[in-house]
Design a protein around this ligand. Structure first.
Ligand code: ZN
Length: 249
């Protein structure tokens, strides 16, 4: 199933995508349930999470690129829900930073409240997967001794376009394209800790709520964004998330 949140005729709704058209959620829609052409809708960030939990250094190729040891347990941090934007929304580079980077990531969307669950149980808590770009003010990440400011600016978390359920995410091609050129290219099989392990681990620290998002880390090849860039996170079977970059003035 492919879940979508969209706006058409000034109304925001949820729906599913079938045969290239959007079918509004029948519980909330008025009958009859006329499908809407994708081109007639603005696709929005598919979730409103209570939190976005992100994972650092979770690809073997990225750890190698940074000359960092592979973590023995997941290294987690938070991005605020206020940083989330949807497909085609602008990523705004703040005046406080001189170096803003992209990070292509597979995101897991949580299906129901998860607390103290095991890796074996984790599948039951996954609604689906989407693309995420973990935008990072790299200079501020180095300057501050922790990452809150660097990871938290408004627009620093593009998510979308859809939530894909019923797929196996353990071996998917993941790429980042900057102005059409491939800059990151890896496979989710290179993750140090897989999605199920991450859900179990995080659920022992904090309760995960329905629609919370876990950003599962980025592969090698991170790099800088500039005003006017067009950046795309592309994940096999999951989708393509495209955003334009503007410099704040
Ligand atoms: Zn990241």
């Amino acid at each position: 199933m492919r879940y979508v949140k969209f706006e058409s005729n000034d109304i925001i709704r949820y729906g599913i995508i079938k045969d290239g058209a959007i079918y509004p959620d029948e519980n909330k829609a008025r009958s009859p349930y006329e499908p809407i052409e994708l081109k007639d809708a603005k696709i929005l960030c598919p979730v409103s999470p209570t939190k976005i939990v992100a994972v650092g250094l979770n690809y073997t190729d990225h750890a190698k690129e940074l000359n960092m040891p592979i973590p023995k347990e997941p290294l987690i941090f938070l991005k605020p829900p206020s940083s989330a934007i949807g497909p085609e929304d602008a990523i705004i580079c703040p005046v406080e930073s001189k170096r803003v980077d992209y990070e292509a990531e597979l995101a897991v969307v949580i299906k129901k409240r998860a607390r103290n669950i095991s890796t074996d149980e984790a599948d039951d808590y996954i609604l689906g997967y989407t693309c995420l770009n973990d935008i990072t003010a790299r200079d501020l990440q180095k300057k501050d001794t922790q990452w809150t400011r660097a990871k938290s600016f408004d627009t620093f978390c593009p998510i979308g376009p859809f939530i894909e359920s019923d797929i196996d995410a353990s071996s998917l091609k993941i790429e980042l394209l900057l102005n059409g050129r491939v800059r990151q290219s890896s496979n989710t099989s290179n993750m140090v800790f897989g999605c199920k392990k991450l859900i179990a681990y995080i659920s022992h620290i904090m309760t995960l709520e329905k629609y919370d998002v876990i950003a599962t880390g980025t592969p090698a090849g991170v790099g800088e964004l500039k005003h006017g860039d067009r950046v795309e996170v592309r994940i096999e079977k999951v989708g393509s998330l495209v955003n334009n970059v503007v410099k704040d003035i």
